[in-house]
Design a protein around this ligand. Structure first.
Ligand code: DQA
Length: 147
């Protein structure tokens, strides 16, 4: 069975209680469960990983890259959190592998503080979903799985 990775960066483990006016009331477990249910309709498994540590996110991208090359992983749905705006290392990690990565932001970062307007991830992403709430994860999955 094919597989995709739902990858979440720093502070997204706090979903549900963190700034609900920006990020809504769903927990990360709710989001991950919805991703699993949607992907199952496409006969696809979902692996979920969240980390507050940049290096662990880089390692997860590298692993997905190896699995893509082996024909096991079809893509990555990635909300890099604040590393979006700071991480050249994550930019390089995505650029260094072949797996398609869809960048997701729950909030509309362009309607927020200026420091959220720049993304190091967008130039190396297969696509971006911004400001669609937690539904954005599902839209990214459809993009990766709809033939
Ligand atoms: C976020 C937006 C980022 O600016 C922020 O640092 C996050 C979440 C979003 O999903 O809207 O942690 O990626």
């Amino acid at each position: 069975m094919k597989k995709l990775l739902v990858l979440n960066g720093p502070n997204l483990n706090l979903l549900g209680t963190r700034e609900p006016q920006q990020y809504g009331h769903e927990t990360l477990a709710d989001v991950e469960e919805n991703c699993r249910k949607l992907a199952a309709k496409y006969d696809c498994e979902v692996e979920c990983f969240q980390s507050n540590t940049e290096g662990q996110l880089i390692d997860a991208v590298h692993k997905a890259g190896r699995e893509f090359t082996a024909g096991e992983c079809v893509g990555v749905v990635f909300n890099p959190g604040a590393y979006t705006h700071t991480s050249i290392a994550l930019h390089d990690a995505i650029k260094g592998v072949d797996v398609p990565v869809v960048e997701v932001h729950i909030s509309n970062v362009h309607a927020r503080e200026a420091f959220r307007h720049h993304s190091y991830i967008s130039p190396v992403a297969a696509g971006t979903v911004i400001g669609m709430g937690t539904k954005g994860y599902g839209l990214a999955i459809q993009f990766l799985l709809d033939d």
